[in-house]
Design a protein. Sequence first.
Length: 458
Amino acid sequence: MNADPISRAAASWRARPAALQPRWPDPAALDEATGRLAQEEPLVSPADCDRLRGRLARAARGETFILAGGDCAETFDGSSPGQVRATATTLLEMAAVLAWGTGVPVVPVGRMAGQYVVACDRSTETRAGVELPAYAGDAVNDTLFTEAARTPDPSRLVRARDVAAATLAAVRPLTAEPHSPLRDDPATRPAWCDTTEFYVGHEALLLDYEAALTRADPATRTPYDLSSHLLWIGGRTARPDGAHVEFLSRVANPVALRVDAATRADDLVELAERLDPDRAPGRLTLIVSMGHLRVRDLLPPLIERVTAEGLCVTWLSDPVEANTFRANGDLTDTGRSCGGTRTCRFDHVLAELTGFFEAHDALGTPAGGIHLRFAGEHVTECLGGSGAGRVDALTRGYASAGGPRLNRAQAIDLAFKVADLRRGSPRRTGLPDLPHRVHRPAAPADRAGTSGPIPVDR
């Protein structure tokens, strides 16, 4: 295997600059952990990766709609079977609502079974004059502020793989039965509400982990990163000459790039050429996160350039990340403040989604889907919507290890609003009304939120 594609995929990135990688203190422990991972069973199959690639290709043509979503940063303790099922069930119910609104099959992609990492702005954190490594996700270290807990521990990579396997096992039974709100009314239920497919994706940030789980398709010897079906690169690791781009250019999974307000058209084209030189349908997805105030101005020129270059991409909108701010009780119309708790406004999330769809409708290009950060529980991390909470209530049920997430009610509410938006689009006119059996979440009487997460089966 000295020069075969698997060896190149697993090792060629090591000669490139690799951003945001942990400073593992014990190389021997890292070698032991990655050696164990290399012997483990893969988490997904090449066939399923190819199947998702086909679904993404159809979304690029407007024939399907992608619904990706889940936790901002998964934790080991927050991945009990009950919590996993709550998130997956929410995603499947949102998919059913969106299927009515779009008139096309909706493909669920869970942001789960691998998102155990946080892309830190700073490598260290200081409290009371004590400086320690920053929390980088459960696959690297612990949130507890002690030297032992914050020291990167390679054995956590092995545990991340084990928790991911348990997560997939918890999801698998849910796809055996339809999760449409219409499932008890076969006479009015369209076939595409009954999904038996469920894919997963995560940011391919920890390259030691990803490389150790790279395998060859037995039939073709083609390399696949079998830690997940879909893998993406964040803005801080999207260097054409960088290790992350090099690694993902070598595997056959569908891959994605984040596109933010700082993305230049020339850079986007260069990255697309590196990751998808053959311009294969379904290979490359672009996840747009620009902020509700900027998406209408910044996105159309990028769509036009990508179209002019003949690139074959699937466009998704991530409306949460770029609308996140820190709330200290003094919120402005632009949603900016300093200090306090990280949150976002539901109406800003909806505004970015609206701008994303308007841009595509105006240019006649398909909007392929959405990518959301949400929890299947009643957390209080985002303001507004049917699960609304005041600023002073955010901490009552704030459980995220990363950025803010919509709660279950807010996520379902957003699915209904997106369904309404797509029903009125030029590509989706003439669809039937949403049946009366599909219920929108009711706004709570107490807009302050709850005292904590809803109980789930642990």
